[in-house]
Ligand binder design. Structure first.
Ligand code: AMP
Length: 485
């Protein structure tokens, strides 16, 4: 597993982070925050707290409530400062040692760190660090940050972290805590989200505003691309230690990944999704459709937008069973197929004899669409027309959204017509790239300086894919410790 973990092209860090400073119930607040961010990662979670003398940690596989729903666990995590992390499942075997936040005792004291995103040059850095004597405990990207901080010649912890982060490339929102400091860093392009909130005298740094809502905290602002915030007993300070870049926030957060009740970049995710659906209806109308049906849950807001713009009734023509996770988390193709069946059922009463427009956010391998179209037909639909609220996903993400290798992406190997044929729909249309940009508030995509990271649709990667482009750095892997608990 260790060897494979580091060699394949799959991405492993699609996550949610939550940190709080100066709250008497820091661990409970963090558990609640992570619970609100559960959609960002369901494989594992962890919290590290600090009470002024000691650090306390709990890491576990599974959902947040399974572990942090216990008063005993929460009480054991003492202190007023906490950081926590949700980890997304990958196709590889999960390993306990990779559960974040990571912790290390350093010369200056304790240091805990967690991040959301994906670092693109860690194989290279790791090899160098190992040669220089660093002993790695995990296969996580994040550990590279720990070693770089430990080796930094700077005095102050924030300077050590700046020093470390200057070596890394990628998309990241990092939370760290050390000896009474809470620090947040967002990558220079602001690809992954990070917001600042307050609750009375407490400060919060987290991936999405929905994690503030759950504890009644106020959304103060976005952490800016390339910004580092340092929170301590004197309040909050902001720094911009990196070379300035034009913002390239991940447009897929608006399409699929973020929770619809979150605000990202001061925009309601729900509203953006409705706008995308409306734009899609204008670009790719479906004449004489009887009903618009979302593929739940991710297709719901864009289907509402589509139905409103097309003036076609919106119906829940597919019912989702909420007691299973996202289809995507299933590790093998066989189970993934089964997952689709377990998860959705056609609402025959509303489908039979109808010309149905199905709306989903994306087609990745096509498993979901193919099954859903088949299911809707089996329930008696007259015609099934598929509308997708993103452009074709033709390229892998290297910045923290878990996507398969591009060879497995349907849109990489097939034309839209071939995909339509594969999913057996009567028609298929995706929103255009410019239409998507329009829906999220731009006039169009600026080809010379795109306003978002849209690499999954365009292959235009704003940050160097250092490891990916140097396969030789992946070779030097050894088999490692397995199943530590
Ligand atoms: P597929 O069945 O492989 O075509 O996957 C498409 C479905 O997966 C869509 O319904 C999306 O809502 C969902 N999806 C798209 N991207 C991701 C992702 N990165 N992680 C989890 N689910 C995803």
């Amino acid at each position: 597993m260790y060897a494979k973990d580091l060699e394949d092209d799959k991405l492993h860090e699609e996550c949610g982070v939550f940190g709080i400073y100066n709250h008497t119930d820091a661990s409970a607040m963090t558990a609640l925050g992570l619970h609100a961010l559960q959609h960002r990662g369901q494989e594992a979670c962890g919290i590290i707290t600090y009470d002024g003398d000691n650090y306390y940690a709990k890491h576990a596989f599974g959902l947040v409530d399974d572990t942090f729903g216990s008063a005993e666990v929460i009480d054991s995590l003492k202190g007023n400062i906490a950081i926590g992390h949700n980890r997304y499942s990958t196709t590889g075997q999960p390993e306990f040692r990779n559960i974040q936040p990571l912790y290390a005792d350093m010369d200056h004291g304790g240091f805990a760190v967690a991040h959301n995103g994906n670092l693109t040059n860690t194989n290279e850095l790791r090899q160098k660090l190992v040669k220089e004597g660093s002993i790695f405990q995990s296969t996580s990207d994040t550990e590279v940050i720990v070693h770089l901080v430990a080796k930094s010649a700077e005095e102050a912890v924030p300077d050590k972290l700046i020093d470390a982060v200057k070596h890394i490339t990628g998309a990241y929102s990092i939370l760290a805590q050390s000896e009474g400091l809470l620090i947040g860093v967002r990558d220079p392009y602001g690809i992954r989200p990070l917001v600042l909130g307050t609750l009375g005298d407490a400060y919060i740094l987290t991936s999405e505003s929905c994690a503030l809502d759950i504890i009644g905290a106020k959304l103060e602002r976005e952490i800016e691309p390339g910004e580092m915030v340092i929170i301590d007993k004197n309040g909050i300070q902001s720094h911009f230690p990196f070379e300035k870049k034009a913002k390239r926030f991940c447009i897929f957060e608006y399409i699929y990944f973020a929770r619809p009740d979150s605000f990202m970049d001061n925009k309601s995710v729900y509203e953006m999704r409705k706008n995308i659906g409306a734009e899609l209806a204008r670009e790719a109308p479906c004449e004489d459709a009887d009903i618009v049906v979302p593929v739940p849950d991710s297709g719901v807001p864009s289907a509402i937008g589509f139905a409103e713009a097309a003036q076609v009734p919106f119906e829940l023509g597919i019912i989702r069973n909420h007691y299973i996770g996202r289809t995507f988390i299933e590790p093998s193709d066989k189970i993934r197929h089964l997952g689709v069946k377990l998860k959705h059922n056609a609402n025959r009463a509303y489908i039979e004899g109808k010309k149905v427009v199905l709306v989903d956010d994306s087609i990745v391998r096509g498993t979901t669409s193919r099954k859903i179209v088949e299911m809707v037909r089996a329930a008696g639909a007259k015609e099934v027309h598929m509308r997708i609220s993103s452009p074709p996903t033709s390229y892998s993400c290297f910045y923290g959204i878990d996507t398969p290798d591009k060879e497995e992406l349907l849109a990489h190997k097939m034309s839209v017509e071939e995909i339509r044929d594969y999913i057996r729909a009567d028609s298929l249309a995706y929103i255009s790239l410019d239409g998507l940009y329009k829906a999220v508030g731009e006039t169009k995509r600026n080809a010379d300086a795109p306003q978002f990271c849209d690499a999954c649709f365009t292959g235009d990667y704003p940050v160097d894919l250092v490891d990916h482009n140097k396969p030789e750095t992946k070779k030097k892997r050894v088999t490692g410790l397995r199943n530590r608990s």
